[in-house]
Design a binder for this molecule. Structure first.
Ligand SMILES: [Zn+2]
Length: 94
């Protein structure tokens, strides 16, 4: 059994790579989302909120505001419209 701390470190390094490749290498960023999800599912480790909300929940395209998604604020939640699958992802806030 792999320790929780190791999984967390792996996820964080993947997430940093995802963040840094968002604008310069969109296709690489999509691959990082795939890896993030795969690692979290393999070890049944729940993705932290900021990671979970960084990509489209329908097609797993990473959200890059203004490039791959439209961001709008409604009462109580933020709406992301994905440009590749045209679906909405709503994320609540308080
Ligand atoms: Zn999408």
């Amino acid at each position: 059994m792999v320790s929780k701390k190791l999984i967390e470190e792996h996820l964080i390094s993947l997430f940093q790579a995802l963040r840094s490749s968002l604008y310069s290498f969109p296709s690489r960023a999509k691959r990082y989302v795939f890896l993030l999800r795969r690692v979290s599912m393999k070890y049944r480790y729940r993705l932290p909120r900021e990671m979970k909300h960084s990509f489209c929940k329908h097609c797993y395209t990473p959200f890059t505001p203004g490039v791959s998604c439209r961001t709008r604020i409604k009462k109580g939640y933020v709406v992301y419209t994905c440009f590749s699958c045209k679906k909405l992802t709503k994320i609540g806030y308080r």
